[in-house]
Design a protein around this ligand. Structure first.
Ligand code: CA
Length: 366
C-alpha cells in the first residue's frame, strides 16, 4: 500500500524548534505573520520549544486510546500522539495500553468464559473481529467496577460507542487531521511487552514496523518516536529489525523491569552512554527527575536530565496529570515549572494537552 500522504507532510527536520514554528505558523500562510513575529520574541525563553506529547490521547477528557481522544488531543495542541500497541490473535497491532481488555471494555460481559486462569482477558486471545465488537469505556478497577479517575469521562452514564482502534486506523486519522488542519502532529508508538508477546509466539515489533514504514515513518526526519521499556527489544529494533527512525528508551520507577531491564543502571552516566549509541532519547517517570520531599518544600531536581543531555539524548518524562499530581506537588503549574524551567526537559507526556500547551505558551515557549 502507498503512503496516504507524501512524506514531506510529515517531515519535521532535525531542528525541532524550527519544526515547531513551522507546524503552527506555516510560511505559506502570510496572514499569520504577526503571530510568527510574536513567537520569535517569546520563544527565546527556551533553547527549543518543549514538546507536548499526549499519551493515550486527551485522556483527561475522553476514554483513553479511542480515536475521539486522539482527535481531541490533536485539537488541543499536542505535538505528538501516543499509540500503545498490542497484538490480536490474528497479529493485528491495536492501540491499547495493556495486554488485557478487561479494564477498559465490556469484554467480560460480551465474551464470558474467555478469560485465562488468572481471570484476565488477553487481547492476544481475541481476533480483530472480536475485539471490534467491544465497547470501550473510561478505565475502571476490574474488582470494584469503579472508574480509576472519577472526574473524567463518565462512561457509566454516557457509554456512547467507543471502539478499540487498529494502528492503521489511528495513523489514517492523524494524517487526515494533519491535512485538514495544516498541522503536522507526530506519532509516538510504543512496543508493549515484546518479550511476553514473543513467549506467546507473536512478534509485535515485526508486525508494527512495516505499517509505520508504509505510512511514512521510517527515518529520523519523520515525525515519529518509537518507544519501548525493554532494553533487549530496543537493541533488537536498532539491530536485527533495522529501525532507522527515532527511538526512545522508556525508564520505569522500578529498579528492574520484569523483562530484566536494569532501569536504575540506565539512569547512570554509564548506562546513558550505552543507551546513546542506540537511542535518541529517554522517557523516564517524572519521579526520576523531580520530587517534593515534604509539603511546602521546594522541588528537588535530580541530575538525570543533565546527564542525558550530556549524551545528546532528549528527555520526555511521563505523565503530567492535573488530577493525579506527584506526592506533595502543590499544583500542576508547579509541576510544569519544575519540569520545563528547573529540570529543562525536552517534552512531557501529559493527559491534559491544553493545560501543558498553555503553560508553555505563557512561559515563553509558544
Ligand atoms: Ca505508553
Amino acid at each position: 500500500m502507498k503512503t496516504l500522504f507524501p512524506r514531506r507532510v510529515l517531515r519535521v527536520g532535525a531542528d525541532l524548534r524550527a519544526a515547531w514554528h513551522a507546524r503552527r505558523w506555516p510560511a505559506a500562510r502570510p496572514e499569520v505573520g504577526p503571530y510568527l513575529l510574536a513567537s520569535v520574541f517569546t520563544a527565546a525563553a527556551f533553547a527549543q520549544a518543549p514538546l507536548v506529547i499526549a499519551p493515550r490521547g486527551a485522556s483527561g477528557y475522553l476514554p483513553e486510546h479511542t480515536l475521539a481522544a486522539k482527535a481531541q488531543a490533536h485539537a488541543l495542541g499536542a505535538d505528538y500522539l501516543e499509540q500503545d500497541l498490542v497484538l490480536t490473535r490474528d497479529d493485528v497491532p491495536v492501540v491499547l495500553h495493556d495486554i488485557y481488555l478487561d479494564t477498559v471494555s465490556d469484554v467480560a460481559k460480551k465474551f464470558p468464559g474467555r478469560q485465562r486462569a488468572d481471570a484476565r482477558f488477553y487481547v492476544l486471545d481475541f481476533t480483530l473481529a472480536e475485539v471490534k465488537q467491544l465497547r470501550v469505556s473510561e478505565r475502571f478497577n476490574v474488582k470494584t467496577g469503579r472508574p480509576v479517575y472519577p472526574q473524567r469521562y463518565d462512561s457509566q452514564a454516557f457509554p456512547s460507542s467507543f471502539q478499540i482502534a487498529t494502528l492503521e486506523e489511528e495513523l489514517q486519522l492523524i494524517q487526515a487531521l494533519n491535512r485538514s488542519t495544516g498541522r503536522a502532529v507526530g506519532i509516538y508508538p510504543e512496543i508493549k511487552q515484546p518479550k511476553w508477546h514473543r513467549a506467546q509466539g507473536h512478534d509485535l515489533s515485526k508486525a508494527v514496523l512495516p505499517i509505520l514504514s508504509r505510512y511514512g515513518y521510517a527515518t529520523k526526519e519523520d515525525a515519529c518516536f518509537l518507544q519501548c521499556f525493554e532494553l533487549a527489544e530496543v537493541r533488537r529494533l536498532r539491530g536485527e529489525l533495522g529501525w532507522r527512525g527515532r527511538l526512545v528508551m522508556l525508564i520505569d520507577s522500578k529498579a528492574k523491569g520484569e523483562d530484566g531491564t536494569e532501569h536504575n543502571y540506565l539512569c547512570s552516566s554509564m548506562g546513558l552512554k550505552e543507551l546513546a549509541a542506540m537511542v535518541d532519547g529517554i522517557g523516564p517517570t517524572i519521579g526520576r527527575i523531580v520530587s517534593w520531599p515534604a509539603p511546602g518544600a521546594a522541588a528537588s531536581i535530580t541530575e538525570l536530565v543533565k546527564l542525558a543531555h550530556a549524551e545528546r539524548l532528549v528527555v520526555h518524562p511521563y505523565t503530567v496529570r492535573r488530577d493525579d499530581l506527584p506526592k506533595n506537588c502543590p499544583s500542576v503549574e508547579a509541576l510544569h515549572a519544575a519540569l520545563f524551567r528547573d529540570a529543562g526537559v525536552d517534552g512531557v507526556f501529559t493527559d491534559f494537552s491544553d493545560v501543558t500547551a498553555a503553560w508553555v505558551r505563557q512561559n515563553g515557549g509558544r
